[in-house]
Design a protein around this ligand. Structure first.
Ligand SMILES: [Zn+2]
Length: 289
């Protein structure tokens, strides 16, 4: 973000994280049009702004979010774009390879990997063999222009799918689909593989569910127990027990269908789960404790 920003006429304000009220003040005072942070932090900024009486859409010039460093879904993108009145773009990179360096184009159909800078492959995490475009596996990256510390076929541990079709924007650089999780993020629940991003995907398709959720895995006797705790959105949050029962049944049903495993759910009041200024911690696995 810093390097070369001046060449395209951008002023970068490196505000770091934390002190969210100040971030919102700065955004208003200086007329910031874009923000780069984690998706969780932008959600938090949106909520803090509401509490301050600031409407991001009307009271700021913010129009673009460049978001990454944790897996997020299309459903979350749609919600943030509508709520905050921005276009939200996915960005990708890892600190081992010089930080975020790849981003989506205006089509928002996957992150372009600049192929003059990096060679990206998707491999089978067990055998290490390359997979075909369209197949899901572990990303490896070789940075072609690094000199002092070269890394060849560096296994990042992120799960994605390579797309080598020419993009509608006209660029021929390959794209990677949204990061679906990390090889070591995968939860095995009663023998079934579950990624936290699958849970987010299912939840974000249900209008009654708010933006924040938490996954708790425990073992009762010999069996794994999956509990998904989620906040209701403000409109759905009512005292009518019948409505809440229906929402609960609907969410349990949708999660069971999408994950193929039984899930308990817990409905929470908006604002009751922890908020994060950096990467969020959505999974609590009590089996390891
Ligand atoms: Zn493109």
């Amino acid at each position: 973000m810093h390097y070369g920003a001046e060449r395209i006429g951008v002023t970068v304000l490196p505000t770091s994280v934390g002190n969210t009220e100040r971030q919102i003040d700065l955004m208003q005072d200086l007329g910031a049009t874009a923000i780069a942070c984690t998706p969780s932090y932008l959600l938090h900024i949106g909520e803090v702004a509401e509490k301050m009486g600031v409407n991001i859409q009307k009271d700021t010039k913010l129009r673009t979010g460049i978001l990454g460093a944790e897996p997020w879904t299309e459903g979350m993108r749609a919600r943030m774009e509508e709520w905050l009145g921005i276009k939200a773009f996915d960005i990708y990179g890892t600190s081992e390879l010089s930080g975020p360096m790849f981003t989506e184009c205006s089509e928002q159909k996957g992150v372009h990997i600049w192929s003059d800078l990096a060679l990206v492959e998707v491999i089978d995490p067990n055998s290490g063999e390359p997979l075909e475009p369209g197949e899901r596996g572990e990303l490896t990256i070789t940075i072609l222009q690094k000199e002092a510390l070269s890394m060849i076929r560096y296994r990042i541990g992120d799960i994605s799918v390579l797309d080598d079709e020419v993009c509608a924007c006209g660029r021929t650089h390959p794209r990677i689909q949204r990061i679906q999780g990390r090889v070591d993020d995968m939860l095995i629940i009663r023998g079934i593989n579950v990624f936290p991003s699958q849970i987010e995907y299912a939840l974000m398709a249900i209008p009654d569910v708010g933006q924040h959720f938490q996954i708790v895995v425990d073992r009762k006797g010999a069996l794994d127990d999956l509990l998904v705790r989620f906040e209701l959105n403000k409109e759905a949050f009512s005292n009518k027990i019948n409505d809440l029962m229906l929402i609960r049944q609907n969410v349990e049903h949708r999660l069971r269908i999408s994950l193929n495993v039984n899930v308990d759910v817990e409905l929470l009041e908006p604002g009751s789960l922890p908020r994060f200024e950096g990467k969020s911690k959505k999974v609590i696995d009590r089996r390891a404790l």
